[in-house]
Design a binder for this molecule. Structure first.
Ligand code: F6R
Length: 613
């Protein structure tokens, strides 16, 4: 969603802010802007434009600004359409205060009305403008910028990550956070703020991660962090261990393609870290989920959004099958509002790449309030979900930049394999011999994925053949149906194609009416025991004129009789197939999106990290 970057130091802030905003583009946005303190004019200059960061760059080229203090923002519209006026930063009425904001101020109408009654005039439709005006309102009373920000924060409800500057205090940026990520980057004679690490990775790896309700006062040589009672808080420096290359495209046309091709490494990193070297089980590092903990648990609940939810559905299947523990599952936006049946005997597993998804975070907090134990499967180290959960399994996928999740999904699925095996071993539902059989198969997964990736040119050819499809159906049974759901989501989000995933056996109960001459059906049939059943559904759609692209397990040559095109995945243990069967789907969605001329890494209307409800 929105992105924030801020700079104070001795460099010209403008290029630092623009490069930072470019690094945040992946999060999804519709306008961009900067506010920079001009030392000669002694005023804050704001430049903001609807559309891409390039638009902002050309506006700055036409009207250059320069200064050593600035804040920048990429906006993803919530209140008010994407436009130059609604773009951030927002000024207060006298242009004394400028603000960038991620999140939603829920009581902004109330604040706006009060300030309007005192003569303040508003020019945008945004909730953010009320923060700038409110800070100015308090500043006018006391002349104390820090105090004005504290007072304003007492009045606002909702979620925010804020960067605030004031014309009369060009020595500082004030940052504040509640339910939205914000970090302070620590340099030598310069400091930064950012909503996400890539924005400042070029300059520093040393950061403070702000907690909810903390306020940071940042000068070029110093950072002071306060709690809401204005008491100073001492924080540990968190050193980011990503390489810069990890956040670059490294020769690939798109981040998404690069991330698809990183999957063998992501999977092997996870396996090397999690399998005990002597083969006797799984090491989940900090997770304290042993026999005595598991004895208290009588059910699990898996909660997540989007792709992470589908990884969770693989986990549900495995925990039920291997551990014989009942597992409920829900998307976080539903779970939050349904009064879920959970208590202190429930293990709630939340899954999130970003660790900041608002619905998942709130679902987790609800679970904690009900006394449930919360285990989070998270990619971004130090993110809010990771910090607040009782236990964390990090998915070790490195930074995922493309909006469409690929390698993070694979890493989440591997985490589900590992977690279910760990629970099965701890509760004696699985013998070491059975574990060893699966472990050996898992160790082959990176090389299996590599084999599938060599089929990329074939999959590109399928794209050329099916590029005119208007509706695509994904059908499969059991774990294959979960894979279909993820494949269909990927096609929707980046190829903008209407597609539906169906449990293959459900087709006859209605959706088959939609199958007509040349409708594309992608069949996933990797589960040996369900293969014949799924193939009978494939025959039904073929009989109605569908074109069929099959994903099946090597050796099931029956596939070739009925499919127009097919991709085989290497033979593996049946519980491991979702990881492999999904890879051709990722490549298919990718090539379709490229073929249709879409912006693959930044699909329309989508944001990488959904930090609002
Ligand atoms: C799809 C996609 C989204 C995310 C979802 C959850 O490709 O990326 O569906 O999976 O928004 O995000 P996280 O995992 O960050 O909680």
């Amino acid at each position: 969603m929105c992105g924030i970057v801020g700079y104070i130091g001795n460099r010209n802030a403008v290029p630092v802010l623009l490069q930072g905003l470019e690094k945040l583009e992946y999060r999804g946005y519709d306008s961009a802007g900067v506010a920079v303190f001009d030392e000669r004019e002694k005023k804050i200059c704001v430049c903001k434009k609807k559309g891409r960061v390039e638009n902002l760059e050309s506006a700055l080229y036409d009207n250059p600004v320069k200064g050593r203090l600035g804040i920048g923002h990429t906006r993803w519209a919530t209140h008010g359409v994407p436009s130059d006026i609604n773009a951030h930063p927002h000024f207060s009425g006298s242009e004394n205060v400028a603000v960038v904001h991620n999140g939603i101020i829920e009581n902004y109408m109330e604040i706006k009305e009060i300030l309007q009654s005192k003569g303040f005039e508003f020019i945008s439709d945004t909730d953010t403008e009320c923060v700038a005006q409110l800070v100015e309102y308090y500043y006018d009373q006391s002349g104390d910028f820090n105090d004005a920000v504290f007072k304003a924060l007492e009045k606002v409800d909702g979620s925010y990550a804020l960067g605030i500057i004031c014309k009369d205090f060009p020595d500082r940026i004030i940052a504040a956070k509640k339910n939205g990520p914000l970090i302070v980057g620590l340099g030598q004679g310069e400091n930064f703020i950012a909503s996400d690490m890539p924005a400042i990775l070029k300059y520093t790896r040393n950061t403070y991660i702000l907690e909810d309700n903390e306020v940071a006062v940042i000068t070029k040589d110093d950072v002071k962090i306060y709690n809401p009672d204005k008491e100073e808080v001492k924080k540990n420096v968190y050193v980011v261990d990503w390489s810069i290359e990890a956040a670059e495209k490294s020769g690939y046309d798109h981040f998404m393609l690069k991330e698809i091709f990183e999957q063998p490494k992501v999977v092997s990193d996870n396996l090397n870290r999690r399998f005990k070297p002597d083969g006797s089980g799984i090491q989940l590092d900090d997770i304290k989920l042993f026999r005595e903990d598991l004895e208290k648990i009588n059910k699990a609940y898996i909660v997540a959004c989007g792709t992470a939810y589908y990884a969770g559905l693989v986990g549900k299947f495995l925990i039920e099958k291997l551990c014989r523990i009942p597992v409920n599952s829900d998307v976080a936006s539903e779970f939050r509002y349904k009064d879920p049946l959970i208590d202190e005997n429930t293990l709630v597993i939340v899954i999130s790449q970003s660790g900041e998804t608002a619905d998942t975070l709130e679902a987790m907090r609800l679970a904690k309030r009900r006394g449930s134990r919360v285990l989070a499967v998270v990619n971004v180290v130090g993110s809010t979900i990771a910090r607040e959960a009782d236990d964390v399994i990090y998915t070790l996928a490195g930074p995922e930049i493309a909006v469409a999740s690929t390698k993070a999904f694979s890493a989440q699925v591997v985490a589900m394999f590992l977690l279910s095996l760990h629970i099965a071993l701890e509760t004696d539902k699985m013998s070491l011999e059975e574990f060893d059989e699966i472990r050996r198969e898992m160790l082959k997964l990176p090389s299996h994925i590599n084999k599938i990736l060599t089929q990329a040119p074939n999959i590109k050819r399928f794209m050329e053949k099916y590029i005119d499809s208007k509706n695509v159906f994904y059908i499969g049974r059991g774990l294959d149906y979960v894979v279909c759901r993820e494949g269909s989501l990927k096609l929707k989000e980046i190829a903008y194609l209407h597609s539906e995933p169906y449990a293959a056996g459900e087709l006859k109960h209605g959706p088959i009416a939609l199958i007509e001459e040349s409708t594309l059906v992608i069949g996933v049939a990797t589960q040996q025991e369900l293969f014949a059943k799924t193939m009978s559904n494939i025959k039904e759609v073929k009989a109605r004129g569908a074109k069929v692209l099959m994903i099946a397990m090597q050796g099931n040559t029956e596939t070739e009789k009925y499919a127009d095109d097919y991709i085989y995945i290497p033979k593996t243990h049946p519980i491991l197939t979702p990881l492999l069967a999904n890879i051709p789907q990722q490549l298919f969605a990718y090539y379709m999106a490229v073929g249709l001329g879409n912006d693959v890494d930044k699909p329309r209307n989508l944001a990488k990290s959904v930090t609002v409800e």
